[in-house]
Ligand binder design. Sequence first.
Ligand SMILES: [Fe+2]
Length: 278
Amino acid sequence: MYTSTYKRIESPVFDGTKLPVRVDLAHADLVDPRHVLFSPQAKRKDEIFNQRFFADPSIPIECGKLVMEKLPQEDVFVARLLIKPKDRVVAQLPEELSWVTPFLQRCIQYEVFLTEGKMDYFWYLTVRHGSTSLLGNDDVWHCDGFQSMHEACVPRHRPERNYVWTSEDATEFNLTPFFIEHLDSAKYNAHLHFQKYAVESLTVKGRAQNVLMFDPYQVHRRPVMHEPKHRTLLRFSAIDAMIMDDKNTQNPHIPVPKFNRLDIRDTFVQDVYAGDSK
Ligand SMILES: [Fe+2]
């Protein structure tokens, strides 16, 4: 049985009595997003999630350098905070996170371009601002947004997009082709396959203090660190289906019900291929 080792970090509680911060592009530090037009990520964005795309490795898209001048003194950990439902066009942030606005403006600019103004995705924000010793096991090869065929999961839908900014030690990507088209994702954990078969020499490093965009078919990790250090990671996710996880940080301005769902990571058998002992 696969047992999840991901550490759970207490989420902050935001003050819902203050007005939400609205994110708009009026004062954004604009970067031309047209260079994404012919990227693999743009071409496959409207195709329902399909495991065959893992055989086509690709590099992340650089959405430009971004200097974040107002990083807070104290640690901040926010897990998948919903900042915009699918049917709205305005993002709403708790006031305590207003310092993230320049990052969000950059991401939203690309989303407006890619969705031709529709922005018909749920938007989530993750913040990890503190010691890497407090983080989970994201220093192993994995992807963000794998859509399992497990019966507890929602039906497959369009792939998500993730935009990541790191203060240092930028995210690493692996360009190994992974042939998992026929992997039974209801039974096996694809991430174990990535970790086992990723070729280390096919690693490329992103640039810190740049916004990097990637989709679920791009296997990546936080660089392996031998000593814990202070690091900031900001992640904006545009997702076709709501993340029904009670461990998400709650946005007082966009309340969601309690979901009481199963963590399917605890239901997987140990290895990807039965009988494979390599
Ligand atoms: Fe990740």
